[in-house]
Write a protein that binds this ligand. Sequence first.
Ligand SMILES: Cc1ncc(COP(=O)(O)O)c(C=O)c1O
Length: 435
Amino acid sequence: MIFEKSNLLRSKSHDLIPGGCHTYAKGDDQYPALSPGFIQRGKGCHVWDVDGNEYIEYGMGLRAVTLGHAFPPVIEAATRQLRLGSNFVRPSPLELECAEELLSQIEGAEMVKFGKNGSDVTSAAVRLSRAFTGRDMVAICAEHPFYSVDDWFIGTTPMSAGIPKTVSELTVKFHYNDIGSVESLFQRHHGKIACVILEPEKDKPPEKNFLHELQKVCHREGSVFILDEIITGFRWHLGGGQKFHHIIPDLSAFGKALGNGFSIAALTGKKEIMELGGIRHNRERVFLLSLTHGAETHSLAAALEVMRIYRNEPVIETLWQQGQRLLDGINNSIREHGLQGYFEVIGRPCCLVYATRDLSMQPSQHFRALFLQETIRRGILAPSFVVSYSHTNEDIDQTVEAVHEALAVYKKALDDGVEKYLVGPPVKPVFRKFA
Ligand SMILES: Cc1ncc(COP(=O)(O)O)c(C=O)c1O
């Protein structure tokens, strides 16, 4: 595989763009030297890089593209609207139409406000909770890696440069499936925590009724219970991770899959809280999601079409089914190679990721880079194993074959040393203090 054009663009882009691109998770430090630097186009679950190499892609658009790249009905809906204009001085009726559709799918959600990115809506949920409770602190789940680009969350990461300590200190952490850690947070910061925010589920399902217990503690303490559904929404279940786990939060944040690649996010929740962002009450007003591009009509048209497709076609079932097919195939391969514990596929079938470990069973970025290198070499671009509605049986089976071959190299690298097989440096975690 040749990456000539990719490599040319790579060196140029770092001169012009800090980090070389606009999302850290897409950056050069996340991929091995032998990898495509730039993707030119996509169709379904296939993408082509700037050198013309073709790949079956996983985790498309960082999980934003659940139906498939350039999915015709969504493209047509957005294009139709683009021809009619994308932004006016007064709202479009599409805002109401989209609100009605989304609220009909999310049980217990009474109002909605749209934004462009997941961060818009998680941060809006935090601000709204602070205003609603008159408290400053935010409790986040420590095991969930990302909530927002804003200070209240980034301040808690190793990349907190530029964020005042006084802001970072307002966010505190509890552990998933550990109700004791929640209780002790509320004891330590009694009457100060405005909200609790977490994903309904990440790599581990809730145990001992954790979500419901958490919600109980949260409400007993007068805090707002927020579910971050940016990943789980339109993936776990039509009604989100909350419906899957039979729980109704006070506020929820949706994004990613809602637009199948178009930029749209949604904050939904109880009227009592959401209405603070409105103009029909006597309380102090909350500046809630007022963005120039907040309700671009073509993104709303895309989202409406996405929701229609989800309602009428077996999208969710397909995500679970194809993920299971992939999981079974890779697990067979892991067993055949005797790599149990070294390479592991983790999570629900609709949202699989993987762990790479070295000979001493420690998490290894060298082995992650090697696995990426060897799958890329075989036409698979898989920073995760998150499937889409467009992954066919053929795509999955081809992937399993490629993974089987890549794992053979992985096994040899465990025996002979990874440096012998990995070209270039290892990949690096996004959140680190120094470059
Ligand atoms: C769980 C979760 N919440 C929030 C966000 C922020 O979304 P965005 O990148 O669209 O701002 C992300 C992004 O990856 C996420 O995974």
